[in-house]
Unconditional design. Structure first.
Length: 225
């Protein structure tokens, strides 16, 4: 009942060391999606949706932390899940990608896999929704924070029609970004949720902008002190 994107990016930190960041963003025409669907850590990013099984996300990250590849980890969890044909599950780790759409998910349903991202959705207006999300991310400016670019990607999917259940007005959205970089203070805008609103992506953009402003102000303050 949602659409989402998971991504992996390489970057160089301020000390010149190679790092990875992982992000996941999701929106749906139901409240509280951020409590259920998006999962991210320094080991990868996972989205679990359709008839959501939260344990697929939680255990998936635990398996990645134990060193399993994302395709092995998520396929093993699905193999043990009797409701797998009602699930959508996708994600990325440091090397690979994985995406699964069960046969009993409701149309339009499907996924798209790129070299460093996955996009999936169900109960959508059409395939163009996931294509728009993917293409927005592919064209995004890597100098911008990943959280912002993921929110923008969801916005592109929404502009294509998004979730087709337009009779459900109370919606939600969330974005989570994690990194292998060891920092004293993670940016405040890397873990944001809008749990119940009629304008989830507009509200998430506004929340991101304020969180970014607050983070930059805190960095400046503590640098002076």
């Amino acid at each position: 009942m949602t659409f989402s994107i998971c991504v992996r990016e390489e970057y160089v930190d301020g000390d010149g060391s190679d790092q990875h960041r992982f992000g996941v963003a999701v929106t749906t025409r139901l409240p509280g999606v951020g409590a259920l669907c998006p999962h991210a850590s320094e080991h990868g990013a996972i989205a679990t949706q359709s008839v959501t099984n939260v344990e697929l996300g939680r255990k998936g990250l635990a398996y990645l932390a134990d060193g399993l590849a994302v395709d092995d980890a998520l396929q093993a969890l699905l193999n043990a899940d009797e409701g797998r044909e009602q699930r959508q599950l996708h994600g990325v780790d440091i090397d690979g990608t994985f995406a699964f759409t069960g046969d009993d998910c409701h149309d339009w349903t499907g996924h798209r896999v790129g070299s460093d991202y996955t996009v999936a959705g169900n109960l959508l207006m059409g395939e163009s929704v996931v294509d728009a999300v993917a293409e927005s991310y592919e064209a995004s400016d890597r100098d911008e924070p990943l959280a912002k670019r993921l929110i923008d990607a969801l916005g592109a999917g929404h502009a294509e029609g998004g979730d087709k259940r337009d009779d459900l007005n109370i919606q939600s959205a969330a974005v989570v970004v994690a990194s292998t970089e060891d920092r004293e203070m993670d940016p405040y805008y890397n873990d944001l949720r809008v749990d119940a609103t009629e304008t989830p992506l507009r509200d998430l953009r506004e929340t991101f902008a304020l969180a970014r402003e607050g983070y930059e102000a805190a960095v400046e303050k503590y640098a002076r002190e």
